[in-house]
Design a protein. Structure first.
Length: 638
């Protein structure tokens, strides 16, 4: 989602500098991918996750989030508070014939000046967001989507024949979309049609037959809500993914549609005086319904690892605009659609935990909340035996220095093909762990100079699907830097599996796969099970550069003066910031004819940049500095 910061300022009065705003959003809400500077103002590109897509895939939604984070007042965009239809314009005849249409609103709007261009402020915003300006009526629907998250559409009223029908497509029907593509429709696709045929693919894309153009003098303005699953299936089947379909797929609340239509009318009348409109057809008049949820102050602090006081909790709830009443340790919170994407009644059970999560966000992801020491506990209950077995295997492999990995379930080849694959190269569900693990080992070996590992030992415990059903398998792999040692890798892995009580199935080139359990096998559960405590030190994840690394070696006889230095650190400093590792990989002492001894060392330098592919010239400059330093210390380069 790209956010135009000058528009945020309209809701908040003012916003901090983009770099500050980026950090605040990252610390309390969403991952910011980048800040783009344009001639018309900064644009923040952020990643809105599905649980907040219903209310934050819009400028107004994100502005409310920023208002909560920065404790700023939020100014609701102006709308026409009540419709005043022109008596000379009739209502739009509409027939809603499918329950997958949650709400359908339509009104006529007369354009006294015909179709005009959009105002400059709107064009500038569109240019900054890389949107194409078409004409004012069409641009206004796109602006409402960007501002509120509600998709809208406009038809040329004079091109509509008879009644508007919201129905499923009929066998053999097709539609030419606004981008002039002919789309064959199936009977499972919801469409907007008139008495003459299909006008648009509901919630996905408009058609050319009722397109608004320079000759248009009267509009039919559509503001609707369609079933999320229906829209997603249609968008996937047609291969058409739009900003509108993305909002509907994430269940934008139908109760908010009226305020979006009122905002459309307000801006239309503000920008083009003299515009008139008729009565609103509304298939399902709906107001937002508010509910209550209870959570415990004590449990909140336990889950978050905090010691928040009641005053602090009240302050955070107020910033989140969640009215709350406290009764001892319990808070009763009133909530609506904002912050909570509750699609079904059963989803309300998770709201108390979501409220606690939102309070945690207000505290901040980088707030320095103390980490509570993990205390091993005994889990009482019914645990499937294969879980106990898998955990035992995992613990033994980790104890022997293996690293657990996860590879993709969807692959290009396998025994069971998917009906609706995610991509052309992901048509099958895996029938073996070996290809994925082998690929991971190849990548690990390639990156070995950067990570400093000479040998790679990994394993994966995962499910595969074959013609015989679903199985849990173990795949272990080992890659040695030494060719001599690698020849014995298969033998070592087979012995390892035997020690684990597993019968080897397939092995080749240092990769072994074995059967662990039948995933669908019904077994008597184990009544109690000890959860093994975490062993070892926690590591901080750091991304590897996507750009290739370069390796250079240097060998030299060490001088007496060089021995007085931390040679490895000295070499790293000389090589500069492009050098990511310096490791000694060889050392030997030579006795000369006069009885004296000389020690030779060989070091490997690994160069890599985070933002570009390095050139040979850059590395040569660094290595020349290293050699100059060694000569200055009296070392003899071999």
């Amino acid at each position: 989602m790209k956010i135009y910061t000058p528009l945020l300022a309209q809701y908040l009065g003012h916003v901090p500098a983009s770099d500050v705003l980026k950090q605040k959003i990252t610390d309390h809400a969403f991952e910011v991918e980048e800040v783009i500077t344009t001639p018309h103002g900064d644009v923040i590109d952020l990643k809105v996750l599905p649980d907040r897509a219903h209310d934050c895939l819009s400028h107004a939604g994100l502005a409310q989030e920023v208002a909560s984070i920065l404790s700023l007042p939020f100014q609701t965009p102006a709308t026409c508070s009540a419709f005043s239809p022109d008596s000379g314009l009739s209502s739009v005849p509409v027939s809603v014939e499918a329950k997958e249409c949650k709400r359908y609103m339509a009104m006529r709007m007369r354009l006294p000046q015909g179709v005009t261009e959009s105002p400059e402020w709107m064009k500038k915003m569109f240019e900054a967001l890389e949107l194409r300006s078409i004409n004012f009526p069409v641009d206004l629907t796109n602006y409402i989507l960007q501002e509120t998250g509600q998709p809208m559409h406009v038809f040329d009223a004079n091109k509509i024949i008879g009644t508007i029908h919201v129905r499923f497509a009929r066998a053999g029907e097709s539609v030419t979309t606004l981008d002039k593509k002919e789309v064959a429709l199936t009977e499972s696709m919801l469409v907007i049609a008139d008495d003459a045929g299909v006008l648009a693919i509901a919630g996905v894309k408009g058609g050319v037959r009722a397109e608004v153009d320079a000759s248009t003098t009267e509009l039919i303005v559509e503001c609707a809500s369609f079933d999320a699953i229906s829209v997603r299936k249609t968008a996937f089947a047609t291969g058409i993914r739009t900003d509108a379909s993305k909002r509907f797929e994430n269940a934008y609340p139908s109760a908010w549609a009226m305020s979006a239509l009122q905002r459309f009318v307000y801006l239309a009348q503000k920008e083009i005086p003299g515009i008139t409109y008729g009565p609103v057809f509304d298939s399902h008049k709906e107001e937002e319904v508010f509910h209550t949820a209870l959570f415990s102050h004590t449990r909140m602090n336990t889950l978050l690892g905090t010691a928040l006081t009641h005053d602090e909790v009240h302050a955070f709830l107020q910033r989140l605009r969640l009215p709350a009443v406290q009764n001892g340790d319990t808070y009763t919170v009133t909530y609506g659609h904002r912050l909570f994407n509750v699609r079904e009644e059963k989803d309300r059970a998770s709201v108390p935990q979501q409220i606690i999560g939102h309070i945690g966000r207000m505290v901040g992801y980088q707030s320095g909340i103390p980490v509570i020491a993990y205390v091993p506990q005994k889990e009482f209950g019914r645990v499937a035996p294969h879980i106990v077995r898998v955990d035992s295997i995992r613990a033994k492999l980790i104890e022997q220095g293996f690293i657990e990995i996860r590879t993709y379930h969807f692959v290009s080849n396998g025994e069971e093909e998917l009906i609706n694959p995610l991509a052309e190269d992901k048509k099958f569900i895996r029938s073996s762990l070996i290809p994925g693990v082998a690929e991971a080992v190849t990548k690990a070996v390639y990156h070995a100079p950067v990570t400093g590992r000479t040998d790679v030992s990994v394993f994966e415990i995962g499910t595969v699907v074959t013609k015989n059903g679903e199985e849990i398998r173990l795949c272990v792999a080992r890659a040695y830097a030494s060719t001599k040692k690698q020849k014995k890798a298969d033998e070592e892995l087979r012995a390892l599996c035997a020690d684990l009580g597993l019968q080897v199935g397939v092995s080749a080139d240092g990769v072994v796969e074995v059967f662990v359990a039948n995933h669908n096998e019904v077994q008597e559960p184990v009544e109690t099970y000890d959860i093994a405590p975490f062993q070892g030190e926690a590591t901080v994840w750091q991304p590897l550069s996507v750009y290739p690394h370069m390796v250079r070696d240097v060998a030299f006889f060490v001088s007496d003066e060089a021995r007085t230095h931390d040679i490895e650190k000295m070499l790293h400093d000389c090589a500069g910031e492009l050098c990511v590792r310096v490791d000694m990989f060889d050392e030997f002492t030579k006795t000369l004819d006069d009885g004296s001894q000389k020690t030779s060392r060989a070091y490997r330098f690994v160069f890599q940049a985070q933002d570009r592919t390095l050139t040979d010239d850059e590395v040569v400059v660094s290595m020349n500095k290293v050699e100059e330093k060694l000569r200055a210390l009296g070392c003899e380069i071999r």
